[in-house]
Design a protein around this ligand. Structure first.
Ligand code: HEM
Ligand code: HEM
Length: 415
């Protein structure tokens, strides 16, 4: 940062410094207001959206603070405020430096928090922000504590900073006008500041109430939810359906190398999860589709995403309802061939509902006789009552969940 002795000629802060200063003020006020508002809400689409905006604004603060600090390193500020003692000048300098440090650490702690919680998000919906830490609930708890503490520290520092700016103005020192465009009078600015703070308080109060009212309405509608008709991925070029007389071989899974995963999305960011326990009974011969069958039992309670916050919710009755419906089953007895791939047209029983689901898969025979089955099915979550209430008709949690199968099979003795 520039040395005080370098600040010789200037009597006001140059335009870039003023721009960065007031931009950060505006971003911080909105980010903090949204942080509090979002925190007040129960988990809902509205809460998720507010948090995405909160995080996007917070990261913008980080970016502007970094630009601002770079500008300050290479440019001169104005000369010291006349009428302040050297001690007061040092204190003001230390106060500004602490504000810089905390205003950078605060968004960093938020970024760490959201990364350790494994909650990816898109910056104002435009691009996916990289996560800076692997999922870890203890790091998440530390980052959360730091985020709250740093916010209180920043609020305290900025309150002191504003109080001093007003005090010096009242004492007749030219401080406030150094940070304002030439044509603005400091008195008018203070008047405007009072009005803006009033508006922000009234707006926050009303938004908090209108958001919670609209949530109550949506939850009420959700209770009488009507299950939408199923939109299947109809892969219907049923080509040759083999009907050889021989019963095709049955296969056993090699659990260590097999995976049953799923890919969902929330506020346009993808998340992945898996079922740790599932057992398929597979009878299949690519040349004899007529006699093939799949019967897969899935231990729903073994579902895991790896994001502590999401995992703690997965078993809720609103989502997978572990207690009510601990297992799911996919049964397919009709198979078709699509170019070199296959489709298993089956019934999925999940969360007490039963609907047709098509699994598109490839059957990859290995040199040692084993087979790798790679497949994908689209499961419309609403049809199975997954994410009911306010989530049922809200796109912030994607309506389609992709189930991804990667299973290694060995031929069993039985036919
Ligand atoms: C510098 C700008 C920021 C400010 C002023 C700010 C302020 C706040 C505030 C006031 C809360 C509510 C805390 C409470 O009620 O106790 C909050 C929560 C939160 N913030 Fe920020 N934040 C900022 C940046 C960020 C960033 C950049 C991220 C992530 C990328 C983030 C992620 C979060 C999360 C996830 C929560 C919820 C914490 C919880 O689970 O309770 N924040 N923030
Ligand atoms: C409405 C609220 C605010 C008022 C009235 C205000 C007023 C001022 C004034 C008058 C100065 C010039 C001081 C001087 O010439 O020595 C200043 C500088 C500064 N203010 Fe604020 N401020 C406010 C909010 C904030 C906030 C929220 C931050 C947090 C990032 C902040 C950070 C700084 C910093 C770091 C400086 C030193 C100049 C620089 O490096 O850009 N201020 N502020």
């Amino acid at each position: 940062m520039t040395d005080l002795s370098q600040r010789t000629t200037l009597t006001v802060w140059p335009k870039p410094a003023q721009f960065f200063h007031w931009l950060v003020v505006v971003l911080l006020v909105i980010a903090a207001t949204l942080g509090f508002l979002a925190n007040e809400l129960d988990l809902s689409p509205a809460k998720l959206k507010l948090f995405v905006t909160h995080k996007s604004l917070g990261l913008s603060v980080l970016l502007v603070m970094l630009l601002r600090i770079t500008w300050r390193i290479f440019s001169s500020g104005p000369r010291p405020v006349e009428g302040l003692s050297p001690i007061q000048q040092k204190l003001a300098g230390a106060g500004h430096a602490s504000i810089y440090a905390v205003a950078i650490l605060l968004p960093l702690s938020g970024w760490l928090l959201t990364s350790a919680a494994n909650f990816p998000f898109r910056w104002f919906g435009l691009f996916e922000v990289p996560l800076i830490w692997p999922a870890d609930s203890s790091v998440k708890d530390i980052a959360l504590g730091a985020h709250k503490f740093l916010f209180i520290a920043l609020a305290a520092l900025v309150s002191g900073h504003i109080a001093m700016a007003i005090r010096h103005h009242v004492l007749g020192l030219t401080v406030l006008s150094r940070m304002l465009p030439k044509r603005w009078s400091a008195a008018n600015f203070l008047y405007m500041l009072g009005v803006i703070i009033g508006i922000v308080i009234v707006f926050s109060w009303f938004s908090a109430h209108s958001i919670s009212d609209s949530m109550d309405r949506t939850m009420g509608k959700g209770a009488a939810q009507v299950v939408a008709p199923l939109h299947n991925v109809a892969v219907s070029q049923a080509g040759k359906t083999s009907s050889l007389l021989n019963k095709p071989p049955s296969w056993v899974m090699q659990p260590a190398s097999s995976q049953l995963g799923f890919v969902g999305s929330y506020v346009d960011s993808e998340f992945t999860g898996k079922f740790e326990r599932f057992s398929p009974r597979i009878i299949f011969d690519p040349e004899n589709l007529a006699s093939a069958s799949f019967d897969v039992t899935i231990d729903v309670t073994s579902a895991i995403i790896g994001a502590p916050d999401m995992d703690s919710l997965l078993g809720d009755s609103q989502w997978l309802d572990f207690a009510g419906f601990p297992s799911a089953q996919f049964i397919a007895q009709r198979f078709s061939l699509v170019t070199t791939n296959f489709v298993a047209h089956g019934l999925l029983r999940l969360k007490g509902m039963e609907h047709t689901v098509d699994l598109l898969f490839s059957w990859n025979e290995q040199a040692d006789g084993a087979v790798r089955l790679l497949g994908e099915a689209v499961v419309p979550r609403v049809v199975f009552g997954i994410g009911n209430g306010a989530w049922a008709d809200d796109p912030s949690v994607g309506f389609d969940v992709r189930v991804v199968v990667d299973v290694w099979l060995e031929q069993s003795g039985e036919q």
